[in-house]
Every structure is written in structure tokens, then in C-alpha cells.
Design a protein around this ligand. Structure first.
Ligand SMILES: Cc1ncc(COP(=O)(O)O)c(C=O)c1O
Length: 392
């Protein structure tokens, strides 16, 4: 079954081989139509109008929250809409600041995207906390490495689910159970995993989970923070739509997701995200995972067969394959692929600590989406042979 026909971009660019879904996914027609129909037929601001269009718009926004909840196995009152994974993590960084005391530890893995590293680095610096980085052990990161890093001072563990840089999965269920034994909370960055496998917050057992809509075939500017319990944490932004009442000398804030969604949110983004989720549900996440698994395995074997390519990272790859072509800078590889209509990402992938641990400043990444087929990998591999010839 080919899903390429669902994506109008490939009609406009029939020769495009898109291997950069890890950066952002292309959009299926159902998502484009949902956003366009919303603006054409149902648009008004939410939560404020007593007229029909505003009520419809408010209902659509609420339905999107329900769709996100269903998609990750959470009730909708635990879903906070943000601009993306980066904002979700920054929201937590600010509202949780008061939860830490000097000397407490925040644990992050060396595999984090900068967006799940830099906010915690900044908070640790501001509040005199220890930022402890769980390092790779023998090229990979397992449960034992997390156990060894834990102690009673750890109050929060931040772990990526699937690395955007290497495509490798971390056993976050294990991370959560170990962290909880020590009384620490766990934030899971599911930005890459939700796109490729069924993610269920109950079975993972995390306290917080974040992802972006645009990597999940949805629009840009909409993201998710799942919070098992915000437990009265203070608001992030202040303004309209997050208050119970305002008096000259007193303000009371709403509870629930709206407490963290001040101002007019990205309503059309939420509508588009719901359409994206329904698109994936129509295919089935088990099918998505099976297809991706086949592509990854095929890419690994084809690249290894070349004999001049080193795969980067060790472990189970779920979303991407990163590699270096021996003797050729990754940027040159990406440029020549681009000259042949093949879009890949080359560079540090916003994971500089991980790259350093793996001994590379940059890599080339093939990351896959529902529209990719084995023929895409074949085309890219043929170009890699040309690259090698050119630089020999
Ligand atoms: C694992 C991971 N976390 C976080 C992010 C940040 O996502 P965004 O830029 O959509 O906020 C990315 C983006 O590449 C990512 O791959």
C-alpha cells in the first residue's frame, strides 16, 4: 500500500525523495483541507462568543484535545496545547522552577535534543541545581545506566523516547519505573516516537510527555504537553482565557489545561492536528510501525553493503538512520543528494553532546515518513556511490 498519493507535495514535486521527516513531516491533503475548511466555514475565536460560529470553533478545539488524549491514552483534561515540543519543555522549566531546592539534581540523558537539555541547563544554573548527564555506555544507553545515575537528590529525569539524531529508542518504561522508585518525576520527549509507534502514557508511566504537531503530519505552531498532574503549579503565561475572575486587587486562575493556555491559541493548528491524528488512526499505528521497521532495516542493510559508510549509534532504530560516508563531509553528501532531488538532514541535529559522545561533529540522517518506500532508499544509495567516486 502506498500513501504517497495522500500528500499533494509529491504531485507538485514528483521527483522529490523526502527523507527528512525527522525535521518536519509533509502534510496529507486531509490536514490541509481541515485547516482550509475551518477558516472557510467554521472560523471564530474560541471561549468568548455566544454566537454559533464561536461555539462551533470552541467545540472543534475541544475535540482536538480529545483526539490527542485518545491518541496517547490520556484523558483530555491532561492535554495542554502549546506551540510545540520546545515550548512544552520551556513551560515546564518555568512553572516547575519553584519545585526545586539548591542541591537538587535534574537528570538528563546525553541523547537529548537541545530543547530538552538547554532549558534544564538554564534552570540548574539559575537555581544552583546539579545537572547530571547520563552518558552512553558501550555506545548505547540502557536501564542500568539510569540506575547507576540515580540517587535521592534526583527530582526530575528528562529522557528522549526516540533520538532524533540516531533514531534509537530508549526504554522509557524502565526509566520511569526506576525514577519513581527514587521519588523523581519523569519527562519524556516523544517528538520522534509518536510519529512511528503507538505511544501510551499509562503504560510508559511518565509524569510529563511532549511532542510537536508538525512532525506528526499536522500544522506547525501546535504542540502538546501531557501532564499526569500539574498539581497546582503556577501559570506560565498570564492574560485572557486563563482566569476565573479579575478584580483590581485580586486575580484567580483557572485550573486544568486552560490555566496554561493564555491568549488566543492556535485554533486552526489544533483542528489540523486532529485531522493528522485521525489520518494516522485510519492507517493504524501498528501498521505505521511495521512499515517504518521494514524501511529502517532495508536502509541499514543497503548502507552497510556499500562498505564505505559507517552507521552512527547502537541500539534499536525506530525513526531514522544516521551515518557518515568515510572521507566525505556530511554537508557535501547532503548537497549532492539535494542536487539529485533527495532531501536529507546533515549536521549536528541539535544534539551536540550526543555527537561528541559518539565522536562525530556531524552526520547525514535519513528519516522516514509514511510516504517513503524502498525505492527512495535505492535512489539515495545510488547517489552515495556517486559521492564516493567523486571524493576518491
Ligand atoms: C527529539 C526532539 N525533541 C524536541 C524537538 C523540538 O521540536 P520543535 O522544534 O518542534 O519544538 C525536536 C525537533 O527536531 C526533536 O526531534
Amino acid at each position: 500500500m502506498s500513501y504517497k498519493k495522500d500528500f499533494p507535495i509529491f504531485e507538485k514535486h514528483p521527483d522529490l525523495v523526502y527523507l527528512d521527516t525527522g525535521a518536519s513531516a509533509q502534510k496529507p491533503k486531509v490536514v490541509i483541507d481541515a485547516v482550509s475548511d475551518f477558516y472557510a466555514s467554521d472560523y471564530a475565536n474560541i471561549h468568548r462568543g455566544l454566537y454559533e460560529l464561536s461555539e462551533k470553533s470552541t467545540a472543534l478545539y475541544g475535540q482536538s484535545r480529545e483526539a490527542v488524549g485518545r491518541f496517547i491514552g490520556a484523558s483530555s483534561d491532561k492535554i495542554i496545547f502549546t506551540r510545540g515540543a520546545t515550548e512544552s519543555i520551556n513551560l515546564l522549566r518555568y512553572v516547575m522552577a519553584g519545585e526545586f531546592e539548591e542541591g537538587d539534581t535534574i537528570l538528563v540523558t546525553v541523547m537529548e535534543h537541545h530543547s530538552n537539555f538547554v532549558p534544564w541547563f538554564d534552570l540548574a544554573k539559575e537555581k544552583g541545581l546539579n545537572l547530571k548527564v547520563v552518558e552512553l555506555h558501550d555506545g548505547s544507553l540502557g536501564g542500568d545506566d539510569i540506575v547507576d545515575a540515580m540517587d535521592e537528590s534526583v527530582k526530575l529525569v528528562c529522557s528522549v523516547h526516540v533520538s532524533n539524531s540516531t533514531g534509537i529508542e530508549i526504554d522509557v518504561e524502565k526509566v520511569c519505573s526506576i525514577a519513581h522508585e527514587f521519588g523523581a518525576k519523569v519527562l519524556v520527549d516523544a517528538s520522534q516516537s509518536v510519529v512511528h509507534k503507538k505511544v501510551d502514557v499509562e503504560s510508559i508511566g511518565c509524569d510529563f510527555l511532549v511532542f510537536s504537531g508538525h512532525k506528526l503530519y499536522g500544522p506547525t505552531g501546535i504542540g502538546v504537553l501531557y501532564a499526569q498532574d500539574m498539581n497546582g503549579l503556577p501559570p506560565f503565561h498570564f492574560g485572557g482565557d486563563m482566569i476565573k475572575f479579575v478584580e483590581k486587587d485580586n486575580v484567580e486562575y483557572l485550573d486544568g489545561p486552560q490555566r496554561y493556555e493564555a491568549g488566543t491559541p492556535n485554533i486552526a493548528g489544533a483542528v489540523g492536528l486532529k485531522a493528522a491524528i485521525e489520518y494516522l488512526e485510519g492507517i493504524g499505528m501498528e501498521e505505521v510501525e511495521r512499515r517504518d521497521g521494514e524501511l529502517i532495516e532495508y536502509a541499514e542493510s543497503q548502507l552497510q553493503e556499500l562498505g564505505f559508510v559507517d552507521l552512527v549509534g547502537k541500539g534499536l532504530r525506530k525513526s531514522a538512520v544516521s551515518f557518515v560516508v568515510q572521507g566525505v563531509h556530511p554537508h557535501d553528501v547532503a548537497q549532492i543528494l539535494s542536487d539529485n532531488n533527495i532531501a536529507v538532514r546533515a549536521g549536528h541535529h541539535c544534539t551536540q553532546p550526543l555527537n561528541k559522545a559518539l565522536g562525530h561533529t556531524a552526520t547525514v540522517r535519513f528519516s522516514f515518513g509514511i510516504y517513503n518506500e524502498k525505492a527512495d532508499i535505492d535512489k539515495a544509495v545510488e547517489v552515495l556511490k556517486e559521492v564516493k567516486k567523486l571524493f576518491s
